[in-house]
Design a protein around this ligand. Structure first.
Ligand SMILES: NC(=O)c1ccc[n+]([C@@H]2O[C@H](COP(=O)([O-])OP(=O)(O)OC[C@H]3O[C@@H](n4cnc5c(N)ncnc54)[C@H](O)[C@@H]3O)[C@@H](O)[C@H]2O)c1
Ligand SMILES: O=C(O)C(=O)C[C@@H](O)[C@H](O)[C@H](O)COP(=O)(O)O
Ligand SMILES: [Zn+2]
Length: 370
């Protein structure tokens, strides 16, 4: 694919029975209010963003808000601000705006803003519309699609939340121009995850394009976003509220969320924690004779080529991580339920995972880094 111009907009539909919404991917979409304004019903809109993204993009977005009564609520930057307290503040901002049931929340930012804004929209008057305007690669390929919204508690990631689907996703790839490299790479981890779970061809394509992607080649990025969104939209369409298959999208997340929580949401980016978590899941799967070392090797090499961390950070105790993993939302009957790996393109939900095997995997990973 060549460089996209302003008129090339890809549309991927997320179909949930009768309900459906578009994910638009293209250039110049932020200022193209006519496109996404058609999805709003009322007069009121609250734009939720943060102190980094708003100075860059709020003005451009605001051009599309003419005629509406709108205000903005800005979070401080960072995962640590995806908090219950800030949901309360966002709800107060809706009250101040005089938002009625036909109001809309517009999330302008990365996954932190999207998750929190979506949750506020789910709570206000028991649920109002919201639009996702993702500005990170991670948010474009993952968090803006599928309706998982929520916030962290000090005791665990995403422990409070709701399924609440957006009315539209507006992925303006022009916004990626200002995204720092580290954040860009973190987004690639969620792309690798999708391929590792359910699309061996996509995994091979990523291996073939790893250098271009690492160098932020734009055509490869657009294709990557579209492929990952199409994959996720399919999973969500089949299992919106994670009764089964959707849990596979959590590959690497039980480990990863424990790493994020242990680091108080500041040590690792979510995508980085997922990269390390996927490798831990792959090694645990090998230990349980579910997968082969060759596949772990391919996963490791791809993540490294994309510039992602693969080693467990210093200073974390395996027992502490295991304790955090026990609070994961997938667990049942007091036992660990994890997404384990069968190799490239194949993952599986496994209940009653042996805690000793998990602990041994964590200890081995720690020994590798010390
Ligand atoms: N709901 C879901 O399905 C889902 C899926 C994956 C991740 N998540 C959540 O998403 C969050 C991670 O999202 P993230 O990686 O986007 O992190 P983020 O929202 O913290 O954004 C990353 C950083 O990039 C900055 N930024 C955003 N857009 C920018 C731009 N265009 N230019 C310059 N800077 C920009 C932000 O201010 C921030 O510093 C986590 O909380 C994770 O749990 C949710
Ligand atoms: O959409 C999903 O389903 C996912 O699991 C996507 C994950 O990448 C994402 O990090 C999600 O927020 C994790 O959800 P959780 O249910 O484990 O909190
Ligand atoms: Zn994730």
């Amino acid at each position: 694919m060549n460089r996209m111009n302003e008129t090339d907009v890809q549309t991927i539909e997320v179909a949930l029975g009768e309900r459906r919404y578009p994910v638009w991917i293209g250039r110049g979409l932020l200022g193209d209010g006519a496109r996404w304004r058609a999805r709003l019903r009322g007069r009121h809109a609250l734009v939720v963003s943060n102190t980094t993204v708003a100075p860059l993009y709020l003005e451009r977005l605001a051009r599309g808000l003419e005629g509406l009564q709108w205000s903005s609520f800005l979070l401080e930057d960072g995962e640590a601000h995806k908090s219950f307290a800030n949901v309360g503040r966002a709800l107060e901002a809706l009250a101040l705006l005089g938002a009625t049931r036909d109001a809309c929340v517009i999330a302008l930012g990365g996954g932190v803003v999207g998750d929190l804004a979506g949750f506020a929209a789910a709570c206000w008057m028991r649920g109002i519309d919201f639009i996702q305007v993702p500005t990170t690669l991670l948010a474009m390929v993952d968090s803006s699609v599928g309706g998982k919204t929520g916030v962290n508690l000090p005791s665990g990631k995403n422990l409070v939340g709701a399924f609440h689907q957006p009315r539209a996703v507006v992925a303006d790839i022009d916004t990626l121009a200002t995204l720092p490299d580290r954040e860009y790479r973190a987004g690639l981890a969620e792309v690798v995850k999708g391929a590792a779970i359910g699309d061996a061809d996509f995994f091979a394509w990523l291996e073939a394009h790893a250098d271009t992607l690492a160098a932020r080649g734009s055509a490869a990025i657009v294709e990557t976003i579209a492929r990952k969104v199409r994959y996720k939209a399919g999973v969500v369409a089949r299992d919106e509220t994670e009764q089964g298959e959707r849990a596979l999208l959590n590959l690497g997340h039980t480990f990863g969320h424990a790493l994020e929580t242990a680091g108080r949401y500041t040590a690792l980016l979510h995508g980085e924690a997922v990269a390390i978590g996927m490798l831990l899941a792959a090694r645990l799967s090998e230990r349980l004779d579910m997968s082969h070392a060759d596949d772990t090797g391919r996963l490791l090499r791809l993540l490294e080529r994309l510039g992602l961390p693969v080693a467990m950070p210093d200073g974390l105790e395996p027992e502490q991580l295991l304790a955090l993993m026990r609070l994961d939302k997938k667990n049942t009957a007091g036992t660990l339920r994890l997404i384990l790996w069968r190799g490239i393109g194949r993952a599986e939900i496994v209940a009653g995972v042996d805690e000793d095997a998990v602990l041994a995997t964590l200890k081995e990973a720690r020994a590798r880094t010390s």
